[in-house]
Design a protein around this ligand. Sequence first.
Ligand code: PLP
Length: 398
Amino acid sequence: MEPDKNGFFGQYGGAYIPEILYKVVHDLQNQYKQILESKEFQDEYYSLLKDYVGRPSPLYYASRMSKKYGCKIYLKREDLNHTGAHKINNTIGQILMARKMGKTRIIAETGAGQHGVATATVCALFNMECEIFMGKTDVERQHTNVERMRMLGAKVHPVTTGNMTLSDACTAAIRDWCCHPETTFYIVGSTMGPHPYPDIVARLQSVISKELKWQLKEKTGKDYPDYLVACVGGGSNAAGTVYHYLNDSRVKIVLAEAGGHGVDTDYTAATIHCGTEGIVHGSRTLVMQTDDGQIKEAFTISAGLDYPGIGPMHAYLAKTGREKVVAINDDEAIRAGYELTRMEGIIPAIESAHAVAALSKVQLKPDDVVVLTVSGRGDKDIETYLKNKEMAGDYGKF
Ligand SMILES: *Cc1c(COP(=O)(O)O)cnc(C)c1O
């Protein structure tokens, strides 16, 4: 799925940027495909994915879950990557691009801190200056990740504007970029932002579905599943999961966005259900906003899905019906996280638990092959799981 030459997926996408960024964004637009497709880049990228990240990530047949849901469930284990999630697939690629373009300083935004950690990690690896923008609220509630970033050598800037969460961190990062466009590369954490970022991030995460093709062939005899299931915040792990299957109509796609307390309440992050068309952080997409265009705060138990926008590619694929998007509420996600923990011995990130909960929203048949991407591990979420164990039914009685 490629955007058109102006970065649009249907009516969504584009590059709505302040004039001062025109040159740096145009340079990136003009060079990114050539860099990503070059042999030099590919050799370096795949060798790091293999030896540093630990790819390919396993495709694991979850037999107890399969029995429960009456189908064949395979888990794509992005939680086993170095730093514990899919984010590193993207940051490794973008820092290689930054080097090719002669940049010396890296900036990034982060919400839960996973993208900040993945960025600080590759900056340590390549000895690059690293500054991370993070809402002050998130700095306080995701303290371990802040300490990891600092230990890795990054400077963490607490952002005190707006609601002091991810959306404000994005705004602060863009503002910093405006002040240092020549020296600085902005490593964007998801399939969002101005063109070409949504396309760059989707291509870098597409290694997930590239591996799925041969892993499924090996395990099931067919190189495609009947269903792909993933969670969606900005949309990067989902984009990587579906990338090489979008034109294959045999493959149905189910994505889980964060319903928070419910799509009919004010406490939700379900942008595809509740958003309307608008412009946020450089692209035209679905946004949760008030009638006069003020961006609303997103609400969910999962800090990694806590974003009032959605990548333009998914806005388009959801609108056209290619992707079915279900909203999963906090209590459903917690219960699903406990379920995967007790049935397969895998504690998923709360983000990933949203994808697990989506299984019960689909009519599955015994022969259906379902691939579910476990985007990250749940170590960072143990406190939240324990605090909310009453939501987990029998699994929470301990
Ligand atoms: C950041 C994050 C997400 C959400 O980001 P996407 O770009 O939508 O993939 C999901 N799961 C985990 C574990 C994350 O760290």
